[in-house]
Design a binder for this molecule. Structure first.
Ligand SMILES: [Zn+2]
Length: 155
């Protein structure tokens, strides 16, 4: 299990992110002033007995996606194809767990557009807990919805 990086979010909910996923994010950090926003989906599993989530895979920006310095629109069907393929090959263990994107700021905070987008995403996936990760140039932030508020966890 040494390829896992443990991130404790709260006493009731734990999220583990595979180290390989974290290294993938490192290369998309918007350090270059011309670097565009990157976006992808989070894929992982949940322990049956308690709220213990493992983000083991992500999708990366693809050719047909539309992106600029401060926006990103997921257009490429490749993201959904990867989610479907991993669901099949894992016997239903690996599922869609949310999204990630980059911000050109050291310590990233959600914008009002992000919050609006995430609420729409939650409405479409009422059956599961979702996570949203923003990758800044220095830190990353994980958001998850609890009741009426988004909790933010910096790492
Ligand atoms: Zn954002």
């Amino acid at each position: 299990m040494d390829d896992l990086s443990i991130e404790v979010v709260s006493s009731e909910l734990q999220v583990l992110i595979r180290k390989g996923v974290i290294s993938m994010w490192e290369k998309y950090r918007q350090i270059d002033p011309d670097a565009h926003e990157a976006f992808g989906v989070l894929i992982g599993s949940k322990c049956i007995d308690f709220a213990y989530y493992h983000i083991s895979e992500i999708t990366e920006p693809k050719e047909q996606d539309i992106h600029s310095r401060r926006s990103f629109t997921l257009k490429d069907p490749g993201h959904q194809a990867i989610v479907n393929a991993l669901f099949e090959s894992s016997g239903g263990q690996l599922v869609y767990l949310g999204t990630w994107h980059t911000h050109p700021e050291p310590n990233p905070h959600a914008s009002s557009i992000d919050i609006k987008d995430w609420k729409a995403c939650l409405k479409r996936n009422k059956d599961r807990q979702l996570f949203f990760i923003i990758v800044g140039t220095e830190k990353k932030a994980l958001y998850y919805f609890d009741g009426e508020i988004f909790n933010r966890y910096e790492f």
